[in-house]
Design a protein around this ligand. Sequence first.
Ligand SMILES: Nc1ncnc2c1ncn2[C@@H]1O[C@H](COP(=O)(O)OP(=O)(O)O)[C@@H](O)[C@H]1O
Ligand SMILES: [Mg+2]
Length: 475
Amino acid sequence: MPRASPLNVEKLGDTLVGRLTRDGLMSSAQLRKLLRISQPSFSRIAHRERDRLLVTGKGRATRYAARRVIGGLSRDIPIYEVQPTGETRTLGTLTPIWPDDGFWFTPHLAGLEALGGHSSGLPWFLTDMVPSGFVGTLLADHVAVTGGVPRALNSWTSSDALRYLAQRAHNAPGNLVVGDGAFRSFLSDRPRPVATDGCERVYRKRVKELPDSLALGAPIGGAQPKFLADRTDVGVSAIVKFSPRSSSESATRAADLLVCEHLALETLAGFEGAPRVARSELMERKGQTFLEVERFDRAPTVNGRHGVLSLRAALAARAAGKTTARLDASPVALETLGWAGAASELERAGLISRESAEAMCWLDCFGSLIAKRDRDIDGLGLYHEGLQITGLCPAYGLRPSAYEPRQGAMVEVRFAPPLPRASQTPQWLPARDAAEKFWRRAAGERRLSKDFRQIAKHNAAAVRALRDVARRLPK
Ligand SMILES: Nc1ncnc2c1ncn2[C@@H]1O[C@H](COP(=O)(O)OP(=O)(O)O)[C@@H](O)[C@H]1O
Ligand SMILES: [Mg+2]
């Protein structure tokens, strides 16, 4: 009788890892069939290859994947959460797997089981931390020298982004810290206090010293130039936006828009029934305007943080099937949703309350009436605790962005405030009142250029003219 040929465990191990590298996650039944081996042989080979494999799930749900190594990072990358009290906990671990830019998230915190699983690219709850915009471009250029990532942000892969996050991003928006390197920096980070007295001088210096003066671990998004400031004497962590120090038309416009952003936030802060907004301070010195906005994701006196997810991330969570709700909008449609559209998607998915959805709709109406063109899914935040959404963050970045210069050139804007949908009446009516108040304040605001005051006067009249529409809406 011929003897069964001995198992070539080395070759079978390579074939196993090779198939998983090419095709991704598989069950043991699938793999046994592919390799034409028995269960005991499979167990032996899988054990031998354990360092190259990720084994997830239990019993019939067990799946195997080939681990992917990202240079400079550990095989399993812990994800930490900083709580408002300053205490921290581990949410889970992220494991890079093949093929492509794949990842597997293993939750450690009770209640997060449903969030575990595969993503191609970073999981939705980390995407807000990836550098973008003005600060991101400077960061990429700066960290490329030592961080082993491409200089141009748009050529970063998810693995490049993860390398940056895990090695550097100890002060990203929200409350997550990825990896032990960043976590150590979080523990050792000391504020660089900027006292109220003489802070403009410090700010002017920081502008001059960009990008060195950026907290390189703080990938704050958005198109406008900004840096961070620890205002420890007033117990505030701030984002500081600034205009260029020049008297050119476009620099004047940038300053006007910062003044408008402050006025819009102040108008809503004092408007009964308006959604909550971030607190801001405006400073103008020697032809340069600074807008200091208090961070709502920080509790600086105790080193605490609040979790924040953009609407984009929350919608992506839903698209990834991490909630029980069905996804009605396609990924392409998500891009064009706007705040009111995103509000109804998220409310229908059971991710936000009716109250939050109405506040988003309120802000959408107000934005449309103050010529804020970019009311997109990156422009509002949702608070979360342990990745469970708890409510809407204060609004920020409310400015008449239609008036921004494009590619440095001034553009002609014909402001025609859109008519509301009848279903938005309860939010649109007060938002219209607030927008009229905003434009009227702007029309008389000495810190604005004469040109912009003229624009504001015209727009106040246009919004005032909607009073007749307000009268005719169904109550
Ligand atoms: N007050 C704030 N607290 C915490 N994070 C903020 C605050 N304001 C803005 N951010 C974060 O910074 C990003 C850019 O803000 P935004 O005001 O839209 O900047 P820009 O004027 O450059 O468009 C936001 O997406 C958000 O993540
Ligand atoms: Mg913005």
